[in-house]
Design a protein around this ligand. Structure first.
Ligand SMILES: [Zn+2]
Ligand SMILES: [Zn+2]
Length: 153
C-alpha cells in the first residue's frame, strides 16, 4: 500500500474578473468575522461585511489596484484596495492597525469553507438574521483586542 502524500492546501483568492489575485503564506483558511454596521451594509450592498485579519507580511498580491482612502474618527485612515476593472473591494489596511490586512471573505477561492466566529455591530443587523448561540458578538465595536483574540490573530 502506498501512502498518499499530504496535499498542501493553497489559500488564495481574487477579484471577480480575475486580474487581482492574492495568496496567503499559510496552510489553513483564516477565521472570519461579520460586521453588521450600516456602513458595511451600504458598502457591500449586502446584509453584512465578512472579513479576516492577517499579518501583512503573510499576504502577497498581484495585479493593478485602485486605492480609495477613507478618513475615519480620530484621524484614522482606511486604505481600501479595489480592482480598477471590476471594482471588487478586495482588501484594506488601516493606519490605526499597522501590519494587518483585512481581506474580504467573499474573495477567497474557498469561501464556502470559511468559518465566521464573531459578529460586531449586531445592534444594526438585519432582523431576519439570527446569530447562532455561543458565537461571540457585540452590539457595537468589540472592546480592546477582543476581536483579535477571538480570531486567533
Ligand atoms: Zn477585477
Ligand atoms: Zn462595519
Amino acid at each position: 500500500m502506498t501512502e498518499t502524500p499530504p496535499s498542501l492546501e493553497v489559500v488564495a483568492g481574487g477579484c471577480r474578473c480575475g486580474s487581482v489575485r492574492y495568496t496567503l503564506s499559510r496552510n489553513t483558511l483564516p477565521l472570519t468575522y461579520a460586521c453588521h454596521c450600516l456602513d458595511c451594509q451600504t458598502w457591500t450592498g449586502g446584509a453584512f461585511s465578512q472579513q479576516c485579519l492577517v499579518p501583512e507580511d503573510s499576504f502577497a498580491v498581484t495585479g493593478d489596484l485602485a486605492l480609495f482612502e477613507l478618513p475615519g474618527s480620530k484621524g484614522k485612515i482606511s486604505y481600501q484596495r479595489i480592482c480598477p476593472t471590476c471594482h471588487t473591494r478586495v482588501f484594506n489596511t488601516n493606519s490605526a492597525r499597522p501590519g494587518v490586512v483585512a481581506i474580504r471573505a467573499g474573495t477567497f477561492d474557498r469561501s464556502h469553507e470559511l468559518d465566521c466566529v464573531a459578529h460586531i455591530w449586531t445592534a444594526r443587523k438585519q432582523a431576519w438574521l439570527v446569530i447562532p448561540e455561543g458565537i461571540p458578538s457585540w452590539t457595537g465595536a468589540a472592546p480592546g483586542n477582543e476581536l483579535l483574540r477571538v480570531l486567533a490573530m
